[in-house]
Design a protein around this ligand. Structure first.
Ligand code: LIP
Length: 273
């Protein structure tokens, strides 16, 4: 399988670069914006075009592989993770940032085999950062090996939290409670608007943890491999095992920090992918 995954990585990097060029060009132009679940859940013409570009290239090279993509699923497509090699793609993670001209926006390409993430590529073209990882082979940013922070206490950590797109009052109430609990127990909180970038930031050691309820499998599939290969852990916010389709994530530089964060926050049940 090793050689095959290398071949998959080559194509993932190639297509992520091509997609990055398109995202970078469109970033500086006026955008055609649409809404999905609610007024705060945005999609642009570029999201659709980039997903198509990525899918076409993958299917050209690997016609038997399965695909899960944010915009295809939003348009009523399938979101089923089977044991088959499956590419899990977010054409623009951080769409709100893309729309508003905030540079934290990226292309996230993950791949799972037997439901296990094995490869992750995150290209943030405005930031000029390309993160890559293959299971068992380390994690890299622009070709340089990266690793997680060695801090082991939450009260010495910087933690990433997100508001997300849900505007359901009970969900927001719990999130606000969690924000307060985390601020009270760490050096500071940050919020970048892209789950994939958030996970890469924990992977590169500049932040100790990231927690979010409401993300989707395409937001985290690539980041899981990048973070684990950099020495971090990815759990369910309850502190249990991560379920890729359960729409919540707790990423830590270590299990110790992740568990400390889990212990002071409330979990939220989300509808599964
Ligand atoms: C985004 C996530 C982010 C979350 C946003 C949004 P999108 O994904 O990556 O973590 O807070 O609300 O869901 O929609 O930009 O691909």
């Amino acid at each position: 399988m090793g050689d095959m995954v290398q071949e998959y990585l080559k194509i993932a990097v190639e297509v992520a670069k091509k997609a990055g060029k398109r995202v970078k060009t469109d970033f500086y132009k006026n955008k055609n914006i649409d809404v999905k679940e609610n007024f705060a859940d945005l999609v642009t013409e570029t999201d659709h075009a980039v997903e198509e570009l990525i899918f076409n290239r993958i299917l050209e090279k690997f016609p038997d592989h399965k695909l899960i993509g944010e915009e295809t699923v939003s348009a009523g497509g399938h979101c089923e993770l089977t044991d088959d090699p499956t590419w899990i793609v977010d054409p623009i993670d951080g769409t709100t940032n893309f729309v508003h001209g905030v540079p934290h926006t990226c292309i996230s390409i993950g791949m799972a085999i037997n439901k296990q993430p094995v490869l992750g590529v995150v290209n943030a073209p405005i930031l000029g950062e390309m993160y890559t990882a293959v299971k068992g082979q380390g994690a890299f940013c622009n070709g340089t090996k990266i690793s997680v922070s060695t801090i082991s206490e939450l009260n010495r950590s910087v933690v990433i939290l997100e508001g997300g797109t849900s505007r359901v009052p009970e969900i927001l109430k719990t999130k606000v409670g969690n924000i307060k609990a985390v601020i009270e127990n760490c050096h500071g909180i940050r919020c970048y608007g892209s789950a994939a970038i958030n996970m890469c930031y924990v992977a590169r050691g500049s932040h100790e943890a990231y927690m979010e309820h409401g993300i989707h499998v395409w937001d985290i599939a690539a980041g899981v491999v990048i973070l684990e290969e950099a020495g971090g852990v990815v759990l369910d916010p309850s502190g249990g095992e991560l379920d890729l389709m359960n729409r919540r994530v707790l990423a830590g530089c270590s299990r110790t920090v992740a568990e400390q964060l889990s212990a002071i926050t409330q979990n939220i049940d989300m509808e599964r992918d």
